[in-house]
Design a protein around this ligand. Structure first.
Ligand code: NIG
Ligand code: FE
Length: 416
């Protein structure tokens, strides 16, 4: 019993979603469990959760402002741990190529795809990129995201990569949401480096010191794929990044099973992302390590593939799975993480409990934010969403629309 005056009390919460707090990502059986508190209330003071309790108690606490959640659902703010938020231009012209059956890597080999966006990003000014990324970021917030990762990777030269990273830094200053920055200079091979991939990676690795010094990125990522960067190149590049003190991520085993999953675990990467073609051995190693498998079913869907990442096997065998949009202008053009939750239910056969853990606590672990984001407990930043739904299972079920009613970060309403 504490006679405090809270800044805000949200009461009459039908279901309060409480993913388990853990210093390690939730794995296997832990992912299948989700604590739901019925008829709950939360009290917020100075931007933090100061009290979690029952609706019955809420009336005896004083508050400057009270919100009646009308029996609806409240969850932690969603965490989107893989986005390519900053880019110039768009690629709607590629839809025709896709419809004609031209594969993703073929479009890239022809100088389109990622390289097309590289052209538009080089042309855009820093201010233009900031405006455009702000538009997309605000939309993400409107869908319930309060913490996210954003990558560079559409520059492939020092100047443009640093320009993208500066935009991400400006986004961090401009918005109250938490943004984690990743340097993805190794996203594709620029045409003038074709056949000289090692040389290109050396050039990108030369940026590590400047990026570190200017605090422009926390993570380094690489696209390990046929026709892009090999396992050996990825190992060397990520190893160098690790020695400079960066956290590691990898676009791994998306199209061909090169063994990027195993590489990620062996290097102690925070996450291995995509994993559609991850081998049994890769999945076995995920179960042993603490690397989070960040699955991106929106990308598989958007690329028109039938075969999705083996989330069931991963979870049942004991791996930690998170979900992300992979928002980008080519392979997954959506800011809507709720849509990804639906695809996870329909295509990855994940349960509602697993899905919620995958977009909160495990997603936070994938970007090193587990001590700040992804769960609701006393003392934590009050990042939460009030959902206009009758229960927590409803969101994956009713797809393609926005169920967020209002979105809060540090107790401050960002969107309604
Ligand atoms: O994660 N796979 C590589 N990179 C992105 C796609 C980027 C693009 O097509 O512009 C991805 O899917
Ligand atoms: Fe990606």
């Amino acid at each position: 019993w504490r006679r405090l005056t809270y800044d805000l009390i949200v009461h009459n919460i039908g279901q309060l979603i409480l993913p388990k707090s853990s210093d390690k990502p939730l794995k296997g059986q832990e992912m299948k469990e989700l604590n739901i508190s019925e008829n709950a209330a939360i009290g917020i003071l100075d931007g933090k959760i100061a009290w979690l309790g029952s609706n019955a108690e809420a009336g005896s606490h004083k508050a400057t402002e009270r919100i009646d959640a009308q029996g609806k659902v409240v969850s932690p703010g969603l965490v989107d741990p893989h986005t390519h938020l900053v880019f110039g231009g768009s690629r709607e012209h590629e839809l025709l190529l896709k419809q004609a059956g031209v594969p993703y890597l073929e479009i890239l080999a022809q100088g389109g795809g990622i390289l097309s966006t590289v052209g538009s990003t080089k042309k855009a000014t820093e201010e233009q990129l900031l405006q455009k990324a702000s538009f997309h970021l605000e939309r993400m917030i409107s869908y319930g995201v309060t913490t996210l990762e954003a990558k560079s990777g559409y520059g492939l030269d020092a100047e443009t990569e640093l320009k993208q990273l500066r935009v991400i830094k400006k986004l961090k200053e401009k918005y109250p949401v938490s943004v984690v920055s990743t340097f993805l200079g190794a996203h594709a091979v620029p045409p003038d480096f074709k056949g000289k991939e090692d040389e290109f990676l050396e050039e990108m690795a030369r940026l590590f010191d400047d990026i570190k010094e200017a605090e422009l990125a926390e993570y380094v990522d690489i696209f390990c794929e046929t026709g892009v960067f090999t396992i050996e190149q990825s190992r060397k590049f990520l190893q160098q990044a690790k020695e400079k003190g960066f956290g590691l991520k990898i676009h791994a085993d998306e199209i061909d099973p090169l063994g990027g999953t195993e590489l990620a675990v062996s290097l102690g990467a925070a996450s291995a992302d995509h994993l559609v073609a991850a081998s049994d051995e890769g999945i076995r190693q995920l179960c042993e390590g603490n690397t989070v498998a960040v699955l991106l079913p929106g990308t598989t869907f958007y690329l028109g593939k039938d075969h999705f990442a083996r989330a069931r096997k991963m979870i049942d065998d004991g791996a930690a799975v998170a979900l992300a949009t992979d928002f980008n202008p080519g392979s997954c053009v959506t800011e809507n993480l709720q849509m990804i939750m639906s695809l996870a239910a329909l295509k990855l056969k994940m349960s509602a409990e697993e899905i919620w853990n995958a977009v909160t606590v495990n997603a936070a672990h994938a970007i090193g934010k587990a001590s700040q984001a992804g769960i609701l407990e006393e003392g934590r930043s009050a990042d939460f969403v009030i959902w206009d739904v009758p229960n927590y299972k409803y969101i994956p079920y009713h797809f393609g629309v926005n169920h967020a009613q209002s979105v809060y970060h540090s107790g401050e309403k960002l969107w309604e």
